[in-house]
Design a protein around this ligand. Sequence first.
Ligand code: KIV
Length: 275
Amino acid sequence: MSSSAERPQRRLTTLELIAMKERGERIAVLTAYDFLMAGLVDDAGVDCVLVGDSLGQVVAGEDSTLPVTLEQMIYHARAVGRALKRALLVVDMPFLTYQISAEEAIRNCGRVLQASGAQAVKLEGGHEDVASTIRRVVDAGIPVMGHLGLTPQSVHRLGGYRLVGRRKEESERLRADARRLEEAGCFSIVLEMLPKGLAGEVTREVSVPTIGIGAGPDCDGQVLVLPDMLGLNEGFSPGFLKRYADLAATVREAVGEYVREVKDGEYPGPEHSYE
Ligand code: KIV
């Protein structure tokens, strides 16, 4: 019998994420958009990598996720998929790829899985139409992560990037949406920008893991956008964000030194040149 050290490494599954909630083990999720960063994040032990449509902002410089296309998501998901050995790979479905009909949603979600090797997709929203589409996508064999609270694809309806669920009516709707997503078959639900009490209540009410961003400590897991937590996205500093590094300064310093050495004729030195 082979020991676990000899067994080939394989990615975590959606069922293993649910089992983590049952054991009370917190789930660490980060976004990634390219091969090199995804490999580093995977090596460092993250449980799940999300190719978020936040790439619209942090990779492409758009001011929202709305312009992101299915082709862009597939391109980035393929790159990330080639790097991951252990982390579960989830890919965001962009705006208008799942809202029009369940048939289109199944076709588009299926394309993402086929083309990228992702194990699941993430869809935003929890009202009846989205939930019934999610049911159809799950029935087609495609695991779905839900996303409630601040759903960035609905930024114009929400009236901005803001905390959701302070008002009673909004918090009741959110709890009903979470139960609906669980019934529709979501294996996990992202809770974005909720008061921590509400996020804790939802977490206790559903059997699938909740993954919080700006939703306090009582979620089953946390997700952050990688360039934000690495300190690369200097213009973005909401209260919930913790910067674990200051890579913007590191990059500026390294590039500044390179520029100076090139101008001074210091680089390339003899050790960087061929005879
Ligand atoms: O697009 C994204 O990166 C996301 C996370 C913030 C959850 O949806």
